[in-house]
Design a protein around this ligand. Structure first.
Ligand code: TXA
Ligand code: MG
Length: 318
């Protein structure tokens, strides 16, 4: 059931989480599918509903710093500096976990991913549930992430206890996942917090979005994918059969061809606006019956790195 995120409904949602149920809720990045992170049976339902492989660990969402200490066994200066600057916000930190974090949350890893979301509904929900909430994006595994409650309803509506609707997510791409378990900090998934911002606080970080050993399934080659094939293009002459195609433009350009459907992420080429619109535009194109989605390249600076990461994964072959 989809309901407005009113104070009463957030209270009800908190109760559902406390009692082991599943609630989809808004964050500043995408909608999450939440369960009590300390209840392994509740967490198992997330994997079932999403059809998510059990080797893919979840992010634990907290509303207060006290929980960080309970959930981890070791925190260093870098983490504190980043937290002070960026939490609440779209930065997920991978740290060594404590005993209380169930193995199902971390897929058996010794580490746990934690973030404090910058959305009043998410924070209020966690406060009401009185427990950290583990939540992946509220979509079937591998499919486009949801940035509205309607996306969640369309994809998972009949499988979960409640959807809290607070409109569109302001950032629109998932959080940046940063591992601090080695001396060298590593980005495991580019996201809503630009790498450049992180480097201003802790110096150079490595960007490791591909590795032989997959540490973060955001690293899987094909992910965030519509059912329709996606092709990335630089120039318009790469577009074949426009009459049956959808075109995803980064900014407004002069199109001298007539496509079946065109979506513009940001008229003026603003990366923040583009990331906020990315998944919604992909959902619409995927629902529009086109044979192929042609997606225009975006510059890979700031949020552009996360946008191109999502487009590449959406366009990867199985
Ligand atoms: O913005 C977000 O991060 C959203 C909202 C709902 O908070 N959540 C989200 O969750 O994107 P999910 O499950 O779709 O992505 C979590 C990413 C995955 O790539 C996962 O592999 C990685 O975080 N991850 C989680 N725990 C990890 C760990 N212990 N070590 C390495 N990567 C981890
Ligand atoms: Mg996801």
């Amino acid at each position: 059931m989809k309901v407005k995120a009113s104070p009463e409904n957030i209270k009800l949602a908190g109760k559902i989480i406390k009692e082991g149920g599943l609630v989809a809720f808004p964050t500043e990045t995408v909608y999450g599918l939440g369960a009590n992170a300390l209840n392994p049976i509740a967490v198992a339902k997330i994997f079932e509903v999403k059809n998510r492989p059990s080797f893919d660990p979840l992010i634990v969402h907290i509303s207060r710093i006290e929980w960080l200490e309970k959930l981890t066994s070791q925190i260093d200066e870098r983490a504190f500096k980043l937290i002070e600057k960026f939490w609440p916000g779209p930065l997920t930190l991978v740290l060594f976990k404590s005993q209380i974090v169930p193995d199902i949350v971390t897929a058996g890893l010794k580490t746990v991913a934690i973030r404090m979301p910058a959305h009043p509904v998410a924070l209020e929900l966690i406060e009401n549930a009185q427990t950290p909430i583990s939540a992946p994006s509220a979509n079937p595994f591998g499919y486009i992430s949801p940035t509205t409650a309607d996306h969640v309803e369309k994809m998972l509506g009949d499988k979960i206890d409640l959807i809290l609707d607070a409109g569109k997510c302001p950032i629109g791409v998932e959080s940046t996942v940063l591992s601090l378990i080695d001396e060298e900090p590593k980005i495991l998934r580019p996201g809503g917090l630009p790498v450049e911002e992180i480097e201003k606080i802790i110096g150079k970080v490595k960007i490791q979005t591909k590795s032989e050993k997959i540490l973060s399934p955001g690293q899987l080659q094909r992910h965030y994918s519509p059912k329709t094939p996606v092709k990335i293009f630089k120039s318009i002459d790469e577009i074949k059969n426009p009459e049956n195609s959808g075109i995803l433009l980064f900014k407004k350009i002069n199109l001298n061809i007539k496509a079946k459907r065109v979506e513009i992420l940001s008229e003026n080429g603003d990366l923040l606006e583009a990331s906020a619109n990315l998944f919604s535009a992909l959902h619409r194109l995927d629902d529009s019956g086109v044979d192929v989605i042609y997606a225009q390249e975006v510059p890979e600076t700031g949020l552009g790195l996360a946008i191109m990461d999502r487009l590449r994964k959406a366009s990867a072959q199985e």
